[in-house]
Design a protein around this ligand. Sequence first.
Ligand code: BGP
Length: 474
Amino acid sequence: MKECFLWGGSIAAHQLEGAWQEDGKGPAIMDYATAGAYDTPREYTKTIELDKRYPSHEGIDFYHRYKEDIQLFAQMGFTSLRISIDWSRIYPRGDEQEPNQKGLQFYQNVVDELLKYRIEPIVTLYHFEMPMHLVTAYQSWLNREVVDFYLKYVKTVVTAFQGKVKYWVTFNEMNHIDPQTEASDMFTYILAGMKYSELKGNRKEILAIIGYNMTLAGVKAVKLIKDIDANNRIGCVFGLTPSYPYNCDPINVLNAFKDMDRDFYQLDAMTAGKFPLYKLKEYENLKINIGMTSEDEKFFEEGKIDFIGINYYSSSVSKYKGYEGEDETLFGGVQNPYCEQNKWGWAIDPIGLRYLLNYTYRRYGLPMIITENGLGSNDVKNADNTIHDDYRIEYVKAHLGQIKKAITEDHVDCFGYLMWGPIDLVSATTGEMKKRYGFIYVDKNDDGTGDLSRYPKDSFYWYQNVIKTNGKDL
Ligand code: BGP
């Protein structure tokens, strides 16, 4: 790998900070998401119900332990850490005039701690962390006023970190909202605080508007962040799962292409300087009005991103002609008989990552960074506090091997690898602790027990060596 390749991990505020009511933080959407499990979906409740558990309320207590955790990341040799800023710590309701200084101070402390160890912060401005008030009082991303609130928050944060943070990510995984799919409650909730099943009116139109307004907010933010400091580098992170055809029946190949293409229209909009015409035509055919104005065109022109962040966990196989089964995966397709799956049904496919890197690079020619990749597993801590997670080592090793090939043999520009959840944290989809990703084990269980102590797993030492040798020793 190049000398400057960024090695590290990726975390998100709502999945690990806890302290959900501390120092003026307001309630955010994920504070109303209960703990679920593989076969029990999380509930998104309207109020906090006393007999339910809400894992974001305590997280892994990163809010009070960030120094210890960052020290462990430094020990592994991280040169980068992707964090997210929780909007509801900065503007607790979202529509205040003035920001909450204590919230800003917390992130100043975190960033200073990272810089102390020469760890490059990559900051995500929206990782499922919308102040709940913006949903209840303004209808979330359906309302353009929320775009302005977002921009105000972005301005506050980027100005506060000028000279300290260079890499900004406008949104995490906005691509999970698309009018072509019957979206799940989960995806509309985590991105917009709304349950798909409770949407009233033309659902496709609602999803299209949410997707459009987030895209617009993204491109407007690019210009704003650049205007604050021309040295800033701004990207957007997409959760991408390549869709394979079930077989070579041309209709299956076409359907797979379409499934895959769906994840890219917002990326097209953020890189081409205009909202894609094919999508506008599609909306026209569906009689969907996204409320685009002629003034918007300028924002797309001015708001092109500098890099693409890719979250990759799994590939998918598109539903085939005549499909009638009920074995649909989380990613909307069917299982691939050529790939193993993890215990949560996610196909393990390292080659899929090489394919995706090639596909994305050929399409956009922009620098890319792997902003998430990792294996959720029910790790066991032994009596002597060791955790033997050789399966995680295998997973990361295989994926890094394919990234290496993509860089050296296929000549794609990938400037970093950030493993998801370098420390065990709350799962976004299920709310479990048991779905552990970390190189660092956290003593916390799904029933709330555990003293939150941290323990390095075997993979901790393995990754440390990978970084030390700059990827030579995998
Ligand atoms: C991504 C999200 C992360 C993270 C990851 C793993 O889509 O950006 O927030 O949670 O998926 O998913 P999970 O935690 O559900 O296993």
